[in-house]
Design a protein around this ligand. Sequence first.
Ligand SMILES: Cc1cc2nc3c(=O)[nH]c(=O)nc-3n(C[C@H](O)[C@H](O)[C@H](O)COP(=O)(O)O)c2cc1C
Ligand SMILES: [Fe+2]
Ligand SMILES: [Fe+2]
Length: 383
Amino acid sequence: MKISDKIRYVGMNDRQTVLFEHQWPVPEGVSYNSYLVVDEKIALIDTAAAAFKDEFLSNIKEEIGDRKIDYLVVNHMEPDHSALQAVIRNEYPDCTIVTNAKAVPMIEGYQGLTDNIKVIKEGESLSLGGTTLQFYMIPMVHWPETMVTWCPEEKTAFSGDAFGCFRAVPEGCLVDGFVDFKEEMTRYYASIVGKYGQTVQAALRKVSPLGIERICPTHGPVWEKDIPEVVGWYDRLSAAKLERGVTIAYGSMYGNTAKAAQAIAQELENKGITVKLHDLCEENYSYALADVFLYDTLIVGSPTYNAGIFPPVQSFMEALKARGVKNRRFAAFGSYTWAGMSVKLLNALAAEMQFESVHEGLSFAQGYSSDKFNASEIVDLLI
Ligand SMILES: Cc1cc2nc3c(=O)[nH]c(=O)nc-3n(C[C@H](O)[C@H](O)[C@H](O)COP(=O)(O)O)c2cc1C
Ligand SMILES: [Fe+2]
Ligand SMILES: [Fe+2]
């Protein structure tokens, strides 16, 4: 598929996988993007996931026929992009792998390849004829070896997983508006890259002055029209520039904590406050995580379970902690039967994450009723 005269898309959509990384639901699919830069020499930038070997090779042949690939540029070694390196080397035995020093042992460890590897450094260039590739290290976005390949003549950044998102790409790879992909970019960011906000910020400072007019990431559409929106959104996510709004995330076995969650949500809506309600038992926690990366307030509900937090809620809290999420306004609630512990334990986790407690928490014994549980006690403190 032609992105420009020189740049071709040779990636693919995966509509079969239910859970990306066996963790993240991809109901609208996911793409593994790979690109060719075609000039006097031909460079392939990243490969694809193992299951797509035949499609990948056929996409390449469709673009370059019998010509050979001279360089395989490795921006990122996660196997969704690196799994077909040995296949490429087998098909094009003379192709030189071009990458940075940190990727070299990973290439050996995953693919068993050790020869004909050109190790490049920050800012180094590789000429393909009329076009050039330059390499900029963006360590920990989101692995140590991650780098961006920049093509100055095409003003194109091959950005790896940065600016990537879940959701299959439309025909032609380009989209009219960022808005359709915003949610899935946020969820991808929160799930996979979210721990590395500071290194993403450093990467943005490095690549922003390049004058990017096209971004070719490894997942999701190629960005041309919407560059300021896409870069701005990434800046917002990584710098944790939060909007006023409330994420309510809860789990419930018998529906009592759920009713309390709904009562809080209703009360917030009545007061005109943005509210996002997530049932952690019904949906993957990545959906709630995405909202935590957007909004400044988090309210978490859990029944007491074996003197602890209900496991689906515990997992969600641990996911926040693992991503270094901090500085949210926080309150907890939940039902118990004989000795309520969940609210106390949720508060303790929130304190560890430097959340600001807006309320000491509302626990209630046994069944939910509006007499026992006054949602406005929390909500009034949020206004
Ligand atoms: C496996 C299990 C363990 C529980 N452990 C506790 C407990 O340690 N302390 C307590 O007060 N209630 C405990 N409960 C009772 C629940 O907290 C109580 O049923 C609560 O109302 C459930 O809220 P829900 O309707 O939101 O699921 C436990 C319930 C189950 C099923
Ligand atoms: Fe990755
Ligand atoms: Fe990836």
